[in-house]
Design a protein around this ligand. Structure first.
Ligand code: UDP
Ligand code: MG
Length: 327
């Protein structure tokens, strides 16, 4: 099933998380020790990825790295966003651990569920998705928009696990497979779901943020949703062609109607209809251009193939062997 020595790393991206880090560290180190004591793993550690925070996050990570033998940290040279920061941690873990669990710093995800994930892994699963049982703690707005997004994503043919965010366990094999994805536009939950391998789900209740405030305002959330769709699906492009065909059909009907009316000798006082259709078609064309532009922009970013991030500093268990370049 798994390799004889089992080393688990918990990967925690942090952006301005000074308010929660102490509690997070105490809960996660306690969990690491428990997992070891119970024999579920042989070694367990934590990798904090400081995503260019502007508060005391990095100095706290350095302090905890000195205080706890389980803790290590990577400091990214600037803010690259949650997905890229998570990638940095997973890339670090891919060559150094037998499994990695990604979890947010704010303790919204249930730390206890990790033990269950490890159990599923020990039973032979390569990927264990953390799935939210209910969305009680979300505002009604976030709940409905999130559910609408999942069903839209399904329709767009994207791989997605319902109510699963980025709380999951991945075995070394799955991590290494993920590292073969060269793309810069990351939508990790979709990428991981498309890997295959034996998978399992663990259900948990998502809590309120322990402290501090969300780093995902509505603007970022919408951008992320759009990213998710355009990184995974070419359906919108196909819809544009369909829309074009539909418009052509409508205009054909209009031509036939025009000719018939002309033969009947009724002239059209057609200001309004002309103007309306002009605007409508103009709008549709612009929309189509915008959607195509979104894909062209993605291609541009991929073609440049820029490094994802730079590691500025490493602390604690990460000090040895962390590479400055993105892995
Ligand atoms: N995060 C990050 N870089 C960013 C924004 C967020 O590393 O640019 C981290 C953040 O510290 C947290 C996780 O991503 O650990 C999820 O962010 P948050 O809890 O603010 O999002 P929400 O749960 O509100 O969607
Ligand atoms: Mg959160």
């Amino acid at each position: 099933m798994n390799t004889p020595s089992k080393r688990l790393l918990l990967v925690v991206p942090c952006y301005n998380e000074e308010a929660v880090l102490e509690e997070t560290t105490s809960r996660l180190t306690a969990l690491c020790r428990r997992l070891r004591a119970e024999g579920a793993v042989d070694e367990a550690g934590i990798v904090y990825v400081d995503d260019g925070s502007r508060d005391r996050t990095w100095s706290l990570i350095e302090q905890f790295s000195a205080d706890f033998p389980e803790v290590g940290g990577l400091k990214l040279a600037h803010n690259v966003g949650h997905q890229q920061a998570l990638w940095a941690g997973l890339a670090y873990a891919a060559h150094r651990a037998d499994a990695a669990v990604s979890i947010d710093a704010d303790l919204q995800d249930d730390v206890e569920a990790i033990a269950e994930m490890v159990a599923r892994w020990n039973e032979g699963s390569d990927i264990v998705f953390g799935v939210r049982r209910e969305r009680k703690t979300d505002t009604r707005f976030k709940r409905t928009t999130a559910l609408a997004f999942y069903s839209l994503m399904r329709r767009m043919n994207g791989n997605i696990v319902y109510n699963h965010a980025d709380f999951r366990l991945m075995s070394r094999r799955a991590l290494e497979a993920l590292m073969d994805f060269p793309e810069r536009n990351l939508f990790l939950r979709g990428m991981v779901a498309s890997l295959g391998f034996p998978t399992a789900k663990v259900y948990y209740d998502r809590q309120e943020r322990f402290a501090g405030e969300s780093k995902y305002p509505l603007r970022k959330m919408l951008a992320f949703a759009l990213d998710g769709i355009t990184s995974f699906s070419v359906r919108p492009l196909q819809y544009i062609s369909l829309l074009g065909l539909a418009f052509m059909a409508i205009s054909l009907c209009a031509i036939v109607y025009g000719i018939v009316v002309w033969f009947e000798g009724r002239t059209i006082a057609g200001w309004t209809s002309l103007l309306v259709s002009l605007w409508f078609i103009g709008g549709a064309v612009l929309l189509a251009c915008g959607i195509i532009g979104e894909y062209v922009g993605k291609i541009y970013i991929e073609v440049k193939h820029r490094p994802r991030y730079f590691i500025e500093q490493a602390a604690g268990t990460c000090e040895k062997g962390a590479q400055a370049r993105s892995e």
